[in-house]
Design a protein around this ligand. Structure first.
Ligand code: ZN
Ligand code: ZN
Length: 195
């Protein structure tokens, strides 16, 4: 069932832009976040709504921004989430009930590339959000790999339904199995694990 606010939002946004409204298909999904898709040639926006109401609104507005964005010109590569798209999207977010902080947070959670566009568009808080995001990336610890079983020659062995390496007990399947069986020279293995 499409909630009344969503149907009203579609009608209002499209009336403001003098654009024919899409049909709206609304279903629920488990989890907090919503997903959406705009299918121009079918005249349809479909939303699968999670529990977070603000995210529902942002998702619908995001798809409406696709709906309002001019279709790519012939021969041009379409930039789905480019500067022109975000100019429309952040304007809709602001005019239809999301403050800039929520818009930045929710949009960048799904598309990190939104932040540099938001900076270029002068969205308040975007510079700080981008800086915070970059420092989080720098602070993230690198994965450390350690050797569980040192390098060894693969000797295939049956283990029930599976073929395994006799030295490290890793299952060997599919094209790897075929490759090892075909190999003229011994194939070597090393078993690593991330910690
Ligand atoms: Zn999109
Ligand atoms: Zn092995």
């Amino acid at each position: 069932m499409t909630p009344a606010w969503a149907a009203e939002l579609v009608a209002r946004v499209c009336a403001d832009a003098s654009v024919a409204p899409p049909r709206l298909s609304w279903r629920s999904r488990a989890g907090a976040h919503s997903t959406g898709v705009a299918r121009r040639h079918e005249g349809l926006i479909a939303v699968r709504a999670g529990a977070d109401q603000l995210d529902q609104r942002l998702t619908l507005l995001h798809e409406l921004a696709h709906w309002l964005s001019p279709p790519p010109r012939r021969g041009r590569r379409a930039v789905h989430h480019g500067r022109a798209f975000y100019a429309v999207a952040f304007d809709l977010y602001r005019r239809h009930g999301l403050d800039d902080a929520d818009a930045l947070r929710l949009e960048s959670a799904r598309y990190r590339s939104a932040l540099p566009h938001a900076v270029a568009l002068g969205i308040p808080g975007a510079v700080e959000a981008l800086a915070a995001h970059r420092s989080t990336i720098r602070a993230r610890p690198r994965r450390r790999w350690r050797v569980l079983v040192p390098e060894h020659r693969v000797v295939l062995e049956r283990d029930g339904r599976w073929t395994v390496c006799a030295a490290c007990r890793q299952r060997v399947v599919g094209i790897n199995l075929a490759r090892i069986r075909r190999a003229r020279r011994p194939v070597r293995h090393v078993l690593m694990a991330a910690s």
